[in-house]
Ligand binder design. Structure first.
Ligand SMILES: *Cc1c(COP(=O)(O)O)cnc(C)c1O
Length: 427
């Protein structure tokens, strides 16, 4: 960065030069709010209420059950999946939108373990100790039921953990706490060299950074519809499998929707070909309609350079935030825990603080800057303030505003007011 400090006017100039800035108009963001929590729940696209209302009143209300055939409901999981595929380096027909990330993890992890079971020496799943809890809980359940070991290691111990008794390496591509990003291609290659399959969770990657699952040679992937894909609260998630596994997978939740011919109502289960065999029950059409609108907001960026251009902007925003934090928040007890090295981070920046992180975030939210809080472990790992910088709708001026307000919260000591100490259920 230059010697001169950044100003608000500099940030406004950057916004004027930003060819992606018009994409923000696709969202109904409340006036006066700086929304930096799209890594947890993406904002409402302008198109979504109309689409969902039409699905309700026209397709359901008037079309009734015929809409499965006439309104495209039947193919919606694949159509939405094909849009997601464009964001994660998958081909058409390789992705399906279904269920939740947790359930999709169960299905893909089981399928990977079923493949690995050909070699009875492979009795462990390796993951990171800091992986998202639901990923660990799902793996714990599978390990318990199958008599396998779950080996949780630190990020820098992963390479040595890839031994020949490991069945599956299960990782979240971008860490939900720190925003640190793995090298998917390198780790997949290392895993494969040791005969290990990989399952990747793209919850904080899809729509946030370019992902190329096929080039990386990953085996399975799942991801979330309501974060950077802007699908709305509880939106359907997605799953992908490398086509090389398509002919010999077995997943455990063999519901009728994953059957080759669900409407033949046969007694015995025959899996649908490829990724469609990973469906279980009837898809949520309302959820898919909203997710479809969320995806369109990302695909609109294809006219401006797509995920590559979004990544450039995301890096510019996260760099700007880190620079401003260093310039303006010295001495206030924050530490940037997100990697400053660009290839090593996703689209969020997290600040740790020994105490007060919850109250500081509450004071910031009251001032219209919405980030969130993640608790540390009460020991070495401090509490975090998380800031997501979704490049589709975040401006450089937003970044300025966030640091400026945080500076005021700290400088005034306002965060110490008792009302900010009160904890809520969702953090
Ligand atoms: C958000 C998130 C999930 C969410 O799982 P759900 O089943 O949708 O609740 C899972 N894994 C990771 C890494 C996440 O960040």
């Amino acid at each position: 960065m230059s010697l001169a400090r950044f100003t608000r006017a500099d940030c406004e100039t950057l916004d004027q030069q930003d060819s992606l800035s018009a994409l923000r108009n696709q969202f109904s963001l409340p006036e006066g709010v700086v929304y930096l929590d799209g890594n947890s729940l993406g904002p409402l696209p302008v198109a979504t209420p109309g689409r969902v209302a039409r699905t309700l009143s026209e397709e359901w209300g008037k079309g009734l059950i015929t809409s499965w055939n006439t309104a495209g409901w039947l193919d919606l999981p694949q159509q939405v999946g094909d849009k997601i595929a464009r964001l994660i380096g998958a081909h058409p027909g390789e992705v399906v939108a279904a269920d939740s990330t947790s359930i999709n993890l169960y299905k893909t992890l089981s399928a990977a373990l079923n493949i690995a079971a050909d070699d009875p020496r492979r009795t462990a799943i390796v993951s990171e100790r800091g992986n998202f809890p639901t990923d660990l809980y799902i793996a714990q359940s599978l390990c318990r039921d199958r008599g396998l070991a779950l080996r949780l290691v630190e990020r820098d111990e992963l390479a040595v953990a890839l031994r020949d008794d490991v069945a599956v390496l299960m990782l979240t591509h971008i860490d939900y706490r720190t925003g640190a990003m793995h090298d998917m291609a390198a780790l997949s290659a290392q895993a494969h060299e040791a005969g290990i399959l990989t399952v990747w969770d793209l919850a904080h990657s899809a729509g946030a950074v370019p992902v190329d699952l096929n080039v990386a040679g990953a085996d399975f992937a799942v991801g979330c519809g309501y974060k950077y894909l802007n699908g709305g609260p509880g939106a359907p998630a997605f799953l992908w499998m490398n086509p090389r596994h398509a002919d010999h997978i077995r997943q455990p939740l063999t519901g009728w929707w994953g059957h080759a011919t669900p409407f033949a109502f046969t007694t015995d289960y025959i899996p649908a070909a490829g990724i469609n065999g990973f469906q279980s029950g009837t898809p949520s059409i309302l959820g898919l309609a909203a997710l479809d609108c969320g995806l369109d907001t990302l695909l609109a960026a294809e006219a401006f350079g797509g995920m590559t251009a979004l990544r450039q902007k995301s890096l510019a925003l996260t760099s700007l935030f880190m620079t401003l934090v260093q310039e303006r928040l010295q001495g206030h007890g924050f530490e940037i825990v997100t990697p400053t090295d660009e290839p090593l981070r996703g689209s969020q920046v997290s600040l740790s603080r020994a105490d007060g992180a919850w109250a500081i975030m509450q004071a910031l939210i009251e001032r219209g800057v919405i980030g969130d809080f993640r608790a540390g472990d009460g020991g070495q790992q401090h509490d975090l303030l998380r800031f997501g910088f979704a490049p589709l709708y975040t401006s450089h001026a937003d970044v300025w505003q966030a640091v400026d307000q945080l500076h005021q919260v700290m400088q005034s000591g306002q965060w110490r007011e008792p009302r900010f100490a009160q904890r809520r259920a969702v953090t």
